[in-house]
Design a binder for this molecule. Structure first.
Ligand SMILES: CC(C)(COP(=O)(O)OP(=O)(O)OC[C@H]1O[C@@H](n2cnc3c(N)ncnc32)[C@H](O)[C@@H]1OP(=O)(O)O)[C@@H](O)C(=O)NCCC(=O)NCCS
Length: 145
């Protein structure tokens, strides 16, 4: 599938489409919504997506690089009709390239327990004890990039 790597500007029409994808994949199944305040607070983050034509099929968010050269990846989502086809792996590769270009040496995330095998396949390792976020079990995972 021909996919385009896009850095999405916060507040743009493409951003609204990406928020729609994140809602469908990450929030709707939990019966949760994004609030206006939550979305406004994302303006300093980097929003990366893979588009098929005009449609985002995968996306994630990166927080600004920290003083110790780490970058946090959040809200990784692939369209549910397209999962298991290598698109998630392509998205992570895009994010790691972007993070290195912004001076990051480490990428980390709070992985939902169900996604841990996916991150292990991408070279991430588990650290610390399990914890809960938005009511579901998570693991801290990181990778030197
Ligand atoms: C997790 C997610 C991002 C993975 O994206 P994807 O496009 O389905 O994954 P890919 O097809 O690129 O998989 C890459 C590799 O990880 C493996 N993998 C992916 N999900 C897996 C799982 N749940 N269990 C075991 N292996 C998995 C694949 O088999 C593949 O292995 P390979 O390299 O040997 O071929 C996607 O399934 C998703 O959006 N899930 C729902 C939302 C979610 O949980 N997001 C993560 C929040 S932390």
């Amino acid at each position: 599938m021909k996919l385009q790597e896009v850095i999405v500007q916060h507040g743009s029409p493409e951003y609204d489409l990406v928020v729609g994808l994140r809602y469908n994949i990450l929030r709707k199944p939990l019966g949760m919504q994004f609030t206006t305040e939550q979305l406004a607070a994302e303006s300093k983050n980097h929003h990366l997506a893979l588009f098929h034509g005009e449609t985002p099929v995968a996306c994630l968010m990166l927080l600004p690089v920290t003083e110790n050269r780490s970058m946090q990846m959040k809200q990784v989502a692939v369209d549910d009709t397209l999962q298991g086809q290598g698109i998630g792996a392509r998205l992570i590769a895009f994010a790691e390239r972007f993070a290195r270009a912004h001076g990051a040496h480490t990428m980390f995330c709070h992985a939902r327990q169900n996604a841990v095998p996916f991150y292990l396949r991408q070279g991430y390792v588990i650290d610390k004890e399990p914890f809960e976020e938005i009511g579901i079990p998570h693991r801290y995972m990181e990778k030197k990039i």
